[in-house]
Design a protein around this ligand. Structure first.
Ligand code: DQA
Length: 155
């Protein structure tokens, strides 16, 4: 009996766990070293285990690329089966119609995140090409923006 209930809980966890992909775009592989006054001194590799620990009920996958097409390929790969995508598209946020089209095509909701408050920065960062296709936008809370985005996806 004990064994059965253990198996049931394992199966439930397997079946019911939400699946979320976090995607970081260009230059975000340099978090911790890159302009720490703006982006902080913690690397994403340090932060990710904290997130996974906090959301033990969520399967959190992580992908980073500096290449626009690779971000699109990854979103297409998971965008019809995962429960949500947390996307920090970095500078592509401000330029990429291709990312906007991709987000529009997916079934999974996409939350746009930014570490910095882009509206307090240069004017070219005030415009997002992807916000209109995303479920919502979270920005300006440092790395905590990612946690808030997961909370939003969990609803
Ligand atoms: C950023 C803001 C973008 O303007 C910038 O190009 C980035 C990071 C952020 O997280 O604050 O690379 O998306």
């Amino acid at each position: 009996m004990k064994k059965n209930s253990y198996l049931c809980s394992r199966i439930n966890t397997f079946i019911l766990k939400m699946k979320i992909l976090i995607i970081n775009g260009p230059n975000l592989n340099l978090l911790g070293q890159r302009e720490p006054g703006i982006y902080g001194s913690s690397s994403f590799d340090t932060y990710l285990p904290e997130l996974r620990k906090r959301f033990a009920d969520v399967e959190i996958e992580y992908f980073q690329s500096n290449i626009e097409g690779a971000l699109i390929d990854k979103m297409q790969e998971v965008g019809f089966t995962y429960d949500g995508i947390v996307l920090n598209a970095g500078a592509y946020t401000h330029t990429s119609i291709a990312l906007q089209d991709c987000i529009r095509s997916l079934k999974a909701p996409v939350i746009e995140v930014h570490i910095s408050n882009v509206h307090q920065r240069e004017e070219f960062r005030h415009k997002s090409m992807i916000s209109c296709a995303c479920k919502g936008v979270i920005l300006g809370f440092g790395l905590d923006s990612y946690r808030l985005a997961i909370e939003a996806l969990k609803g």
